[in-house]
Design a protein. Structure first.
Length: 230
């Protein structure tokens, strides 16, 4: 559903964030993010007038990861900044991301290492998009996201019939139980993909109404990566 029609207004600022993922020939992956800030007019900065059409910020962050989401390399670039020659001195600090893992408190650790005067506010903002950008890149390519797809045969369940499938009513009326299964990594991580929700019921019926243990959910992405690693 689109946004509601806006009242009459005038564009004053545009921020754009773009993230792209690349599979490298050496088996590693690059996740590359760019942030730009632009105003549709000349802007008087402390360092001088920035003419219309030139960005206030154009910042780049690239991390290189393995298939277990470990950061093995990182670099930053500040092509357009409000304080030329000064803002760029923060970019070497982003080497500190090396050794972190995108699925293990990455945002928290990035803020701890690079927040405040340790880094650039906007480059550190780009760190926040890296985990989900990598997940989207790996989904269906490095990781199998189709387990539990419609038509997959579920294992036998004491509460089910001989077919191994419980009816929708039966599954809706019985309490969620713990499972030893490891569901696709995306399940249970957002409102749409909650285990008792319509999407899981329709597209991942094997895990509908179940409540995998917390440690199993935490391990699911790593297990998927392990299974696909070369």
């Amino acid at each position: 559903m689109p946004l509601s029609p806006p009242v009459s207004r005038q564009l004053r600022h545009r921020r754009a964030i773009c993230a792209e993922a690349y599979e490298r020939e050496d088996g590693l992956w690059d996740i590359e993010a760019r942030l730009t800030d632009e105003k549709p007019r000349d802007v008087a900065l402390a360092s001088g007038v920035r003419p219309n059409g030139l960005p206030i910020h154009e910042l780049w962050l690239r991390i290189t990861i393995d298939r277990k989401l470990n950061v093995v390399d990182a670099e930053a670039s500040s092509d357009w900044v409000p304080y030329p020659g000064i803002c760029q001195t923060a970019t070497p600090a982003y080497r500190a991301l090396i050794g972190l893992n995108l699925f293990n408190n990455f945002r928290r650790d990035a803020n701890r290492l690079l927040g405040g005067t340790a880094g650039c506010t906007h480059l550190t903002e780009l760190c926040a998009v890296m985990p989900t950008a990598a997940i989207q890149a790996f989904a269906g390519d490095v990781w199998n996201t189709n387990s539990g797809a419609p038509g997959e045969k579920a294992e036998a369940d004491p509460a089910s019939g001989a077919s191994g499938h419980a009816s929708v009513d039966e599954r809706a009326n019985r309490p969620a139980r713990e499972s030893t299964d490891k569901p696709p990594f995306q399940l249970g991580r957002c409102h749409a993909l909650r285990f008792d929700g319509e999407a899981v019921q329709q597209f991942y019926p094997r895990w509908y109404g179940r409540a995998p243990r917390a440690e199993e959910r935490a391990e699911s992405a790593e297990s998927a990566a392990d299974g696909q690693a070369a």
